[in-house]
Design a protein around this ligand. Sequence first.
Ligand code: MN3
Length: 207
Amino acid sequence: MKYPHVLPQLPYSYDALEPYIDKTTMEIHHTKHHQAYVNNLNSALEKYPEWQNVELEEILKNLNQLPEDIRTAVRNNGGGHYNHSLFWEIMKPNDRDESAVELKKALEENFDSFENFKNLFSEIALKHFGSGWAWLVVTPDKKLKVYSLPNQDNPLMNGDLPIMGLDVWEHAYYLKYQNRRNEYIQNWWNVINWGKIEENYKEAVIK
Ligand code: MN3
């Protein structure tokens, strides 16, 4: 993804993740929140042509090299654009297929069992204080790891590769779930696109 950044199309309709994620939330999240990150990222990069040809992934890995006056804007809005682009892709309606065999094997090896992984990820997402994301990442030594980060920060900024992320900003769930973040998290497991996450995993381990 490079400047000028554009809002990616959702790979499904706004109501496709019902009843777990409601249509209105999806529509506002995509057309208002994500669009705002895209617009603000473009305005930040507008006056620095030398950064316009750099892949967003590379920019996020090297934030300290950015001109200081746009560093925070790019961290927040570049992070927001990257995170949401990943988020839409790792969801899909009712994924009941038992694919992603390699990923699930790796999750079992790293977290003892698939259930343990789910519980750990859910707990980290639940306990994250304030706005942020829960992440499943591949570390430089090719291990799988789970942690949360504040705001729109991204594992790329830590040298890890994100393969799955859960948005726990209130804008992601408040209309339907209000303060019940745990219910949102538990329901979210019904709309995971395991095939896409496995694809991300395979790409990350060969990088
Ligand atoms: Mn969001």
